[in-house]
Write a protein that binds this ligand. Sequence first.
Ligand code: SAH
Length: 260
Amino acid sequence: VTPGRIWLVGAGPGDPELLTLKAVRVLGQADVVLVDDLVNRAVLEHVRPGTRIVEVGKRGGCRSTPQAFIERLMIQEAQAGHCVVRLKGGDPFVFGRGGEEMLAARAAGLAVEVVHGITSGIAAPARLGIPVTHRDATHGVAFVTGHTGSGDAPDWAALARSGLTLVVYMGVANAPGITAALMEAGLAADTPAAVVQSATTDRERGIETTLGGLVDDVAAAGLGSPAILVIGAVASLAQARGLARENAVAAPSLRAAHAR
Ligand code: SAH
């Protein structure tokens, strides 16, 4: 058999309309689709009848499929001559293990193509009207992980001094540690911040807050994963109007946005 192809495809943050045209085309050619748990299942309407769909995300909300198993399956399917789509939330190369999967495929001598998706780190802030850069506010943006189980946490002190917008993925559980580290390094407690959960889905909710108020406001609003934390001057541009009205949550310490 001629080895099949592997496509690492980003499904975007949730709204199926945020798929790229290329993602739609590639989904329509897939023999097998390996789907992550954050992917909106509505995007699977683009696959052909008979395409095998394998759920490799979290099972029953607690157990994840081991990464090595996913990579093995992806490679075996491609070696069997199938067109394999590995479908991931957001962009496959932003905290999606797309890099690891690409290297595994490459090591097996298989070609991989990437189809970008809109990453939640840009889409979620935008739902509150927050641009991740604005030339009056910041020179750039840092995408960082708040999940520090692996041991190598971001250098929060350096980030606090960077003047960059901080967009934190997987940061809700560790928000107390993250916000404390940033303030310890000198970032003011009244630095504007925002949190958006399940952006662009019907479970979307968000708050504007401050660095110092973030933990309490997240708890008061009952926000949880998946969510993006945005910290920096651009967060002052938030306006809850960006969110579906019934979903927008006014936190107790809701700040008046400066620039309307
Ligand atoms: N590759 C993905 C990120 C995967 S890591 C991307 O580019 O978006 C998983 C983390 O992404 C979640 O913990 C959360 O921080 C974030 N995330 C994914 N989808 C989200 C959404 N719809 N709203 C808010 N955060 C989201």
